[in-house]
Design a protein around this ligand. Sequence first.
Ligand code: TYD
Ligand code: MG
Length: 456
Amino acid sequence: MAKPKKRYVCQACGSVATRWQGQCADCAEWNTLVEDAANVVTTFAKKHNLQGGGRRISFVGLDDEVALPARMQTGIAEFDRAIGGGLVPGSATLIGGDPGIGKSTLLLQVAARLAGSGKRSIYISGEEAADQVRLRARRLGLGDAPLKLAAATSVRDILTTLSEEEEAPDFLVIDSIQTMHSDMIEGAPGTVSQVRASAHELVRFAKEKGSALILVGHVTKDGNIAGPRVLEHMVDTVLGFEGERSHQYRILRAVKNRFGGTDEIGVFAMEGKGLSEVANPSALFLTERSEEVSGTVVFPALEGTRPVLVELQALTVRLASGATPRRSAVGWDSSRLAMLLAVLEARCGVSFASTEVYLNVAGGYRLSDPAADLAVAAALVSALSERPIPGGTVILGEVALSGEVRPVAHGALRLKAAAKLGFESAWSPKMSDAPAGLQAAYFERLGQLVDRILGR
Ligand code: TYD
Ligand code: MG
């Protein structure tokens, strides 16, 4: 009789090996291979076919009643807007951002505000001592909010405590998921398996009890939320809190949202008394200008459905000879800058050879909208020729490699916002729905814009 073959199954990924090895050949985890009993092979075979033995699921039609989630307004309008109109009970949200950007401050403010409006609001800090958080809350003027605060890192302790409470929390903040530790799994806090296991338990608790859970996550150097990407799949909403530390403004942006769109942002300013809401973001990005300066252009950007006016600044420096000129862009894609320089040279005869080019988006704002092409080109030509763009002008339009100026999305919306802020004229591709009150100049080709700036 043939001896039953031994098999070893990896406990991490489920792959099967015929020999024991220290490391799984498939998922590269160590010490995960475990000998499988011989008769398991038959169970395996039985389970391998899943077409029977389960429970029946029921189907519904697309036209059946939809129960929309009741949202919980936090009272901080910019936060509610970014999250899609308020927090959804029984949902999990991950909020990522660089260290020091203001995640803890924001969530403390949100938690305190909710507590003040009668919600059961809990803030668990794994990074700071309770005293530290309390001091910060006092400094922010939130000292008397009935917020429940604790410093803890054991997920078992946290969930034990919370499930022994009479009522489940409406709002629960875990700051941060990288400091949490689950004793069901080995390994130090912050490791992939710990982060995953802790998040899994916390999310399950939130779903069961109908709490709105917020997990804070740190961001790695390349901008991903540290720990496994899988965290992003476990939660309903992923928010990013962005901004330059050297600048005041912060943008809360949804990257993923199962309960709403991802095109709305919340804008805040970090001030002495915490984060304040910025209802009119344009004011943050437009620098005060008393006179017309060559190389500066205002572009009506769009964040979600919300126009934000930003200032573009270009500087050109002539080089004496020979050396390769630098091209540098801050807040704008440098390959798109190279493309515009090439189009200006090839289609309009404006040469930037032996000229260094610097482009900056004011206020630390980052633009990736091709609708800014025409504004960037205008800033470059204006800087090179030292001829300022007339004050009170906004410029928008996409530029094709052929030198054609293409229409942009939501042109009318952008121009309406500019008109509201006192701008008088717009340079743009042909638009049928330009708002009244703004003098419009239409450009079909980039060459026409160059001629206009150079006064030809
Ligand atoms: P914090 O919320 O601790 O950041 P994170 O949790 O994302 O790491 O924010 C800390 C920074 O915010 C710190 O550099 C100081 C600044 N800050 C203010 O400017 N004003 C304030 O009122 C507070 C509380 C913080
Ligand atoms: Mg923090």
